[in-house]
Each structure stands twice: as C-alpha cells, then as structure tokens.
Design a protein around this ligand. Structure first.
Ligand SMILES: [Fe+2]
Ligand SMILES: [Fe+2]
Length: 178
C-alpha cells in the first residue's frame, strides 16, 4: 500500500498513528488469548508470549502519547481490532505452538511491511515525531517475526492459515487508513 496524502479530516500521519495504535491493541489481545490457552495446557513457551505482550503494551503507549499531542482521535476500528485480535489469537492457540508461531510470523510480516512504508512517507513529510514513534517499535516487531519463524511458524502445512491471517491483517489496516 502506498502512503499518500489523504483527503478528509485527518492527515495521513494522524491516520498512520491511529491505525498503529489500534493495531497494537489488536496485538495485545492476540497474545492475551494465546497466553490464556497456553497456560491452560501448561505450555513452556508462555514466557515468550508474555514478553511479546509487554512489548506491545509499550508500543500502544508510544502511539497514544503521540496521538494525544495531536488530536486524540482513536481509530474507529480500535475495538474491532481488539476483538479480532483476541479471536485470531484464540483460534491460532488451538493449533498449539505451531499455530501460535505461524500467527505471529504472518501478522508481524504484514506489520513490518507497513511500518517500512510508513517510515518512507513520514520521512518525506519530515514528521519526525511520528517517524520516531514508528521507528522505535520496528526492531521489536522484527524480533517477534523472527522468533515466530524460528520457533516453527514457517511450517508448510500452515501456509493456508498464514494466508488467511495475512489477508485479515492487511484488510484491517486498509479499513483503518480510509
Ligand atoms: Fe507492536
Ligand atoms: Fe509485535
């Protein structure tokens, strides 16, 4: 997706911030339901998920701080992201560790593509505060993606599952940017 100048009440940088903020809320809820299910089954990888969730909570605050400096507008799909994330996390967790890691790998791969495109746009616009906010989460998201990959998320049996998750994530971001 190309990040261009938006027409409408919100400028593109504000939309990027609110979409990312809602996305972080979605991510928190993915990990929240995954942790719930994994704890139920006494899985050993719960600490990995708890670390991921702590990162996402920090990211949520980063974007909210920046949004409050501007217009304090929350994304219309904020609660939808939360609910969708929770459901996605739950379904993935029913497939066990591979499902969870496939979910993480798929979601974070889509997210990272968007973050990189957002950085190009914000750099052109010279919106350094928004740029720094986006830049500050990039390494964490790459780390989540890479762990998802190395912990089994790239299993070929999960290609259709990852495709569904990527498509859904992409769709939510597009709706949020409208
Ligand atoms: Fe995040
Ligand atoms: Fe993440």
């Amino acid at each position: 997706m190309k990040y261009q100048e938006c027409t409408g009440t919100l400028d593109t940088a504000s939309k990027i911030l609110k979409v990312n903020h809602a996305g972080e809320f979605g991510a928190i809820n993915i990990y929240r339901s995954q942790i719930l299910v994994s704890k139920l089954f006494g899985r050993s990888y719960v600490p990995i998920l708890e670390n991921f969730m702590a990162d996402e909570k920090r990211h949520l605050n980063t974007f909210w701080t920046e949004i409050q400096k501007r217009n304090s507008v929350k994304c219309k799909s904020y609660w939808l992201c939360g609910l969708g994330g929770w459901a996605m996390g739950l379904i993935s967790a029913l497939f066990g560790k591979t499902g969870i890691m496939a979910c993480t790998w798929a979601v974070e791969s889509v997210v990272i593509n968007h973050l990189n495109e957002q950085l190009v746009y914000l750099n052109q616009r010279r919106d350094w505060d928004a740029y720094e906010a986006v830049k500050s989460i990039l390494e964490d998201e790459k780390n989540h993606r890479d762990i998802g990959h190395t912990e089994g998320g790239s299993n070929i049996l999960y290609i259709p599952f990852r495709f569904m998750i990527s498509t859904f994530t992409e769709g939510v971001i597009r709706i949020g940017m409208r």
